[in-house]
Design a protein around this ligand. Structure first.
Ligand code: PMP
Length: 382
């Protein structure tokens, strides 16, 4: 079989496989009054007219795109202003913008780790962290989810001089929050650097929404902090925050920072507005937290098997893949969009509906979701 035939075979298999991934046409569906419980726009800022207007105004002032990479001529004042605002928000000396969170993680790991480095990651870390570790050429170990004893044992057995411990701040498919204090203690005990990817925590947790690390933990404790802008902040892109020496190092050595077009300045302008709202209007976080509490209370009352999460990510573990697809399809028929998450994104036997809450949701939206979930339960008992 030629290489092309082999690829064609894989494509054919994927077409006939009921389990293949779908790209739902959300926009089209939204026109039909679909309720979105699948996205990461936790504070509703992607739809805030002030943020959209800042983006439009940014495009008028700076153009539609940056036109070049940061180190050539694509880095504008608005990028500087955003980097300064992000650094001060998270209590760090400096911050550096990346075009996406995926690129930030790849770029940080490639710049900080090499074959002399040992990387220790939580098993449930995001794919970009796993890929970044692989691409860096470092030796990688994965510890059991949030299990500090396991991490400690792996660190004890390592003879590497350079050690890097990495964890998601909020786990994207489970909603659990990492125990940052414990990670700091264990990392320091073994002379390891600590990197936290707080993609799902920034905007939501901590003082002024600065995340689960943010202003609570200093850069001596968590030297490498990554946050993304496409989730609670409602725009796109990512940042790394830390000491000036770290940021200077990344500017010189992080290939996914150097060799790519800078974030569109209009996006930077919109993000500055989103950040101002996050810092000055705690009511969006309060409304989101009330929604989370309401949903959990009612869902547990229905006997639904929610995972133990206090964040907007509320997975409903259904275990079986076809059952998960069936429930998601049934919800979609009722105009409700949730994520149907299956292996390899989550471990085998842990397929789930990834339900996410937002400050955009009203009680009646959540009631509609709960009623539809109840219908799914009832259909199964028929
Ligand atoms: N880190 C985590 C924990 C994520 O969940 C994601 C995306 N879902 C990323 C990084 C990547 O961010 P981006 O979408 O900006 O590439």
């Amino acid at each position: 079989m030629s290489v092309l035939d082999a690829w064609q075979q894989r494509l054919d298999d994927a077409r006939t496989d009921r389990q293949r991934q779908h790209r739902w046409r959300t926009r089209q569906a939204l026109a039909r009054d679909t309720l979105d419980f699948a996205g990461n726009d936790y504070l509703g800022l992607a739809h805030d007219p002030r943020v959209s207007e800042a983006q439009a105004e940014g495009a008028r002032r700076f153009g539609a795109g940056a036109g070049a990479s940061h180190l050539v001529s694509g880095h504008l004042d608005v990028h500087d202003a955003l980097e300064e605002a992000l650094a001060s928000w998270t209590g760090r000396q400096r911050a550096l913008l990346f075009s996406t969170g995926y690129m930030a993680n790849i770029g940080v790991l490639q710049a900080l780790a090499d074959s002399h480095t040992a990387i220790f990651q939580d098993r449930l870390n995001h794919a970009s962290l796993l890929d970044g570790a692989t691409l860096s050429g470092a030796r990688s170990r994965r510890y059991h989810h949030r299990n500090m004893n396991d991490l400690e044992n792996l660190l004890k057995r390592s003879d590497s001089v350079h050690k890097l411990v990495i964890s998601d701040g909020v786990f994207s498919m489970d909603g659990h929050i990492a125990d940052i204090g414990a990670l700091v203690t264990v990392s320091q005990r073994h002379n390891a650097w600590l990197m936290i990817d707080d993609a799902h925590g920034v905007g939501i947790l901590g003082d002024e929404g600065s995340g689960c690390v943010g202003s609570t933990w200093r850069s001596d404790d968590v030297p490498v902090l990554v946050g993304t802008l496409g989730k609670a902040l409602g725009t796109a892109g990512a940042f790394v925050a830390g000491d000036a020496a770290l940021i200077d190092h990344l500017i010189q050595f992080s290939r996914s920072y150097i060799y790519t077009t800078a974030q569109p300045p209009a996006i930077a302008n919109a993000t500055l507005k989103a950040l101002e709202i996050v810092q000055q209007e705690p009511e969006h976080r309060a409304h989101l937290n009330a929604n989370i509490a309401y949903f959990r209370h009612e869902a547990l009352h229905l006997g639904l098997s929610l995972s133990d999460s206090s964040t907007p990510i509320q997975p409903l573990i259904l275990a079986d893949e076809s059952r998960t697809l069936r429930w998601a399809a049934q919800l979609r028929e009722q105009g409700i969009h949730v994520g149907a998450i299956r292996p390899p994104t989550v471990p085998k036997g842990e397929a789930r509906l990834r339900i996410t809450l937002s400050a955009r949701h009203q009680h009646e939206d959540i009631d509609r979701l709960l009623a539809a979930l109840h219908d799914c339960q009832q259909q199964e008992s028929l």
